[in-house]
Design a protein around this ligand. Structure first.
Ligand SMILES: NC(=O)c1ccc[n+]([C@@H]2O[C@H](COP(=O)([O-])OP(=O)(O)OC[C@H]3O[C@@H](n4cnc5c(N)ncnc54)[C@H](OP(=O)(O)O)[C@@H]3O)[C@@H](O)[C@H]2O)c1
Length: 470
């Protein structure tokens, strides 16, 4: 009998099965197409015994060979395929058995599946997983949303295979019930979109304003990665810049990659959900927009010669590098502020009881946005009385007060050089909006009341007012 069942032998399932087996959890795998199972067993059997890692030919054999209560991890394509597999296995399962969906599922699907399976006496865990293929093998960050029963049953398994935080704790926590885990994973990806865009914009500034070559930019990112920006994404930026091309000898690969960014949709879903909840996440949304605009290359090529750009190079010095480091750091904090504010709001609306400090802890290892900054944010959160927004926390206020002037200078330089810097500018605007006591929204209200009798509130008396505008 096997402790864990895993369905889906794509890159993620393949690596997670090996992770489970390497922690001595006997693991049985199943894949719709048996050839993949046979290849998997052929490739990895030599590393493990048959009792530790095995493949099943049929779904019936798979279900029969699992210990009760069964724990079945799904690592298959999100959406319709997940429903198809659940419908296939649910009739074969028994009361108390647990299905763990680790796809990037839409959290509302997870809520629906949790409810449907609960009605059948089964248990469902919607578990966000981050860290890509490498994380699945060596230790991912895990974000399970489920009942207390399901968490008690699976906690030791999750803790054993997950990455470690800065204090060597497991990068997993019980996020909340039903869709909470997949929701937090979605927002994690939204923040990831924003940070990747800020890195791309920093590269653009170094390239076009300071005239730096890939090797010089690589050295600057290496320096960044030795300081407060230390993170997986900054580290791999350095590696991307170092990569030589395989076709054009001695040239850098980055110069031959087409400037059209693709996406799988989690950034877009984060933005849509944020708009639905009335929460501003402009840096995440602008990161999605930037990918959309980049993908419309034909239009960009047509318009570029008509509207010429005015880029004047500036000589780089240590002060300019520090200015960019601070801009990146403060913009990352503003991106987190937006994502965390969204999670907090969703948690209240969905009754999820999410502990933000725990989220900042479990993102410290394994996941794509793992970063030194998460230690700063987590310790800033500790001892706080559940702040509504991270701008309320004194440590964060101090960092923003010190670094925001550098972000302003970066944006000014970028705009003067006709650069497209959507994430830097939107982060600055977000900061300015949230730190301005009186905004021109009085004008919006006046206009709304003028053309639509939408009414307005006054500054000097209670009540709702409408004016017969002349
Ligand atoms: N890649 C990442 O970095 C990453 C990170 C976090 C989460 N995820 C999530 O992890 C999951 C797995 O990702 P992946 O990249 O390993 O592989 P994938 O390409 O998303 O999925 C491949 C697997 O899905 C199975 N599948 C597809 N449709 C099916 C259906 N109708 N019925 C049964 N099985 C079906 C395939 O079976 P066949 O071999 O028979 O076609 C194969 O085992 C996805 O949901 C993804 O969102 C991925």
């Amino acid at each position: 009998m096997y402790k864990i069942g895993l369905i889906g032998l794509g890159p993620m399932g393949n690596n997670l099965a090996r992770n489970f087996a390497s922690k001595n959890f006997s693991t049985l795998v199943y894949n719709r197409t048996y050839d993949k199972t046979a290849d998997f067993i052929n490739d990895f059997r030599p590393e493990f015994s048959q009792d530790t890692l095995e493949g099943a030919k049929t779904i019936e054999e798979f279900i029969e060979k699992l210990e009760r209560p069964r724990k079945i991890v799904l690592l298959i394509k999100a959406g319709e395929p997940t429903d198809q597999v659940i419908n296939q296995i649910a009739p074969l399962l028994e009361k108390g058995d647990i299905i763990i969906d680790m796809s990037n599922a839409w959290y509302k699907d997870t809520q629906r599946r949790s409810k449907d399976l609960e009605e059948k006496g089964l248990t469902f865990i919607g578990c966000g997983i981050s860290g890509g293929e490498e994380g699945a093998l060596r230790g991912p960050s895990l974000m399970p949303g489920c009942s207390d029963y399901a968490w008690d049953q699976t906690k030791p398994l999750f803790e054993a295979i997950s990455a470690k935080d800065f204090s060597n704790g497991p990068c997993v926590t019980h996020i909340g019930i039903d869709g909470a885990g997949h929701y937090v994973k979605m927002v994690h990806n939204g923040i990831e979109y924003s940070i990747m865009q800020i890195i791309a914009e920093s590269y653009e500034i170094l390239r076009k304003i300071y005239g730096q070559k890939p090797e010089q930019i690589r050295a600057i990112f290496e320096k960044f990665n030795n300081g407060k920006l230390r993170s997986f994404l900054i580290e791999i930026t350095e590696k991307v810049l170092a990569q030589k091309d395989e076709f054009q000898s001695e040239q850098h690969l980055i110069d031959f990659i087409l400037d059209q960014a693709e996406q799988k949709g989690t950034g877009k879903l984060t933005s849509i959900d944020a708009l639905d909840r009335g929460i501003a996440v402009p840096s995440i949304t602008e990161a999605v927009n930037a990918r959309i605009i980049s993908s419309q290359k034909r239009l960009r090529e047509n318009f570029a010669p008509i509207f010429s750009k005015n880029v004047t190079e500036i000589t780089i010095d240590d002060e300019a590098i520090k200015e960019l480091e601070n801009s990146l750091h403060t913009t990352m904090i503003i991106s987190y502020a937006q994502g965390l504010n969204l999670i907090k709001t969703a948690a209240q609306e969905e009754n999820w009881q999410i502990n933000i400090s725990e989220i900042l802890r479990i993102w410290q290892g394994g996941c794509i946005i793992r970063a030194e900054l998460l230690k700063t944010l987590q310790s800033a959160y500790q001892g706080q009385d559940n702040p509504t927004h991270i701008f309320e926390i004194p440590t964060i206020q101090n960092i923003l007060s010190t670094e925001i002037s550098d972000l302003k200078t970066t944006v000014q330089k970028g705009l003067s050089a006709d650069l497209y810097l959507p994430c830097y500018t939107s982060a600055l605007n977000y900061f300015q909006g949230f730190t301005t006591e009186k905004l021109p929204a009085n004008m919006i209200q006046g206009l709304r009341d003028f053309f639509g009798a939408h009414t307005y509130h006054r500054t000097d008396r209670e009540g709702i007012f409408h004016t017969k505008w002349s």
